[in-house]
Design a binder for this molecule. Structure first.
Ligand code: AMP
Ligand code: GLY
Length: 424
């Protein structure tokens, strides 16, 4: 089989790494890929949102399966475009990707389906939004409706902050079109959990539960980021809890989208808050999480290509998905400035020393090749994943890897997975 992975971050490196292990794959392409992916796949210089370019490439190279990593091409309708051209592709149609691309749509659907979520109201005008804030308790959460690269959510501690967030989105257009509607949502205090699932629009197969670390600093301090690290399987999520998430959240939303005439097939991501044993949805995404994919995919025993093909061909009910009984911890190495503007072009040292080491995987996220070597080009530069039979072992392995890599101003959290240890 010829497979094309679309995207160029840590999630796509993890996807390509796992796809490359499939005995069914004879040729692997990635567009645009990155220097890490280039070691296992042929990188094609096409941007992830170049829908026509990717379609033409898949047609001319007779690609048997295309796998979409990031949300932007899904929201732009790449799956619709490929399917119209009879090209097999993994990911949801544009209409189903609205579950991520519009928080107002997603919230409305959850309420209609009785899926537990934070209480919320949607606004398009400043006046009513500000009035609503006057009646609510603080803290409160203000969310831009559309895609904002994980930056469109403001957890406001005071009414002044909340007002400013509303004005920034609706008046000052700080997030462009993505902020032309805002969702003002009740603040939930609890523990966060991610449960992702493969689904073909009928069958829902949850992946191992994960915990992400959203804040930039140790002890969950500092600004929100796209994710500074993750670990799996999250001990807080018992088998019973994951089963409850499948029955009360994942299956109802998949069924609801089907009934709307926009069936969801691909990877569905539920961002959850556990509040005193009760599970509530913070958000849905229409793709695998990043860095979550960098811990979950290495623990997957089943051939990933079998799963992706079964999803794309709507026959997931006939497949069993197995996992390694191990733990994984991923530590993100970030560039100076992240989550603001990261410094680009910094030489990265020590990559060669981490190669071919047992239970250590280095996933490239924001890197570029230059004649002088690999340099930083994004905020989240590398994901260092350690594997082990216990969380202690996986964590030690990850941080051993971290210690071998250096670039100017490199920063990372030193407490990734610490919560898993205290739970055990
Ligand atoms: P989202 O993109 O909607 O998952 O929001 C990003 C992050 O903001 C989440 O991972 C949470 O840490 C935080 N967050 C979002 N919604 C809420 C909420 N209702 N209560 C508390 N924290 C929230
Ligand atoms: N790590 C959070 C996300 O991928 O949305």
């Amino acid at each position: 089989m010829k497979v094309l992975v679309v995207g160029g971050g840590g999630r796509e490196h993890a996807l390509a790494w796992k796809v490359a292990q499939s005995p069914r794959v004879t040729k692997l392409y990635c567009a645009p890929g990155n220097p890490g992916i280039a070691r296992i796949a042929e990188c094609v210089p096409l941007a992830a949102d170049d829908l026509a370019g990717l379609r033409d490439f898949a047609r001319s190279q007779r690609i048997d399966l295309t796998v979409i990593g990031p949300e932007a091409p899904l929201a732009a309708g790449i799956v619709d475009e490929f399917r119209k051209n009879k090209l097999l592709i993994f990911g949801p149609h544009k209409a189903a990707a609205r579950i991520e691309a519009s928080k107002a749509f997603s919230k409305d659907l959850m309420v209609r389906l009785g899926i537990p979520t934070a209480g919320a109201q949607t606004f398009t005008a400043v006046g009513p939004a500000l009035n609503y804030l006057e009646q609510r308790d603080m803290p409160i959460v203000v969310k831009a409706d559309g895609l904002a690269q994980g930056k469109g959510v403001i957890v406001a501690g005071t009414r002044a902050e909340a007002r400013d967030a509303v004005r920034a989105m609706l008046e000052r257009k700080a997030f462009g079109e993505a902020g032309s509607q805002v969702v003002v949502e009740e603040f939930l205090d609890g523990e966060e959990l991610t449960v992702m699932a493969f689904t073909d629009g009928k069958t829902v197969v949850p992946l191992l539960p994960v915990q992400d670390h959203k804040r930039a600093g140790d002890g969950d301090t500092g600004p929100n980021t796209g994710g500074m690290g993750a670990y799996a399987p999250a001990p807080i999520a018992t088998r019973d809890l994951v089963d409850r998430v499948r029955r009360t959240i994942l299956e109802p939303i998949v069924e609801g989208l089907s009934r709307l005439g926009s069936p969801f097939h691909g990877a569905l991501y539920a961002g959850l808050m556990i509040v005193r044993g009760e599970v509530k949805v913070l958000e849905f995404n229409a793709r695998l999480g990043d860095p979550e994919a960098q811990v979950v995919l290495p623990l997957l025993k089943t051939d990933l290509v079998e799963i992706l093909t079964a999803v794309a061909e709507h026959r997931l009910d006939r497949l069993t998905v197995d996992w390694h009984d191990r733990a994984a911890v991923c530590v993100v190495l970030a560039a100076p400035g992240y989550p603001g503007s990261p410094t680009k072009g910094l030489p990265i040292h020590g990559l060669a020393e981490t190669e071919g080491q047992a239970d250590l995987l280095i996933f490239h996220a924001g890197t570029a090749s230059t004649p002088g070597g690999v340099v930083t080009t994004g905020g989240r530069v590398l994901g260092v994943t350690g594997l082990g039979d216990t969380f202690t072992a996986a964590r030690e392995r990850a941080y051993e890897g971290v210690r071998r890599i250096r670039f100017d101003g490199m920063h990372y959290r030193s407490d990734i997975g610490a919560r898993a240890l205290s739970k055990r």
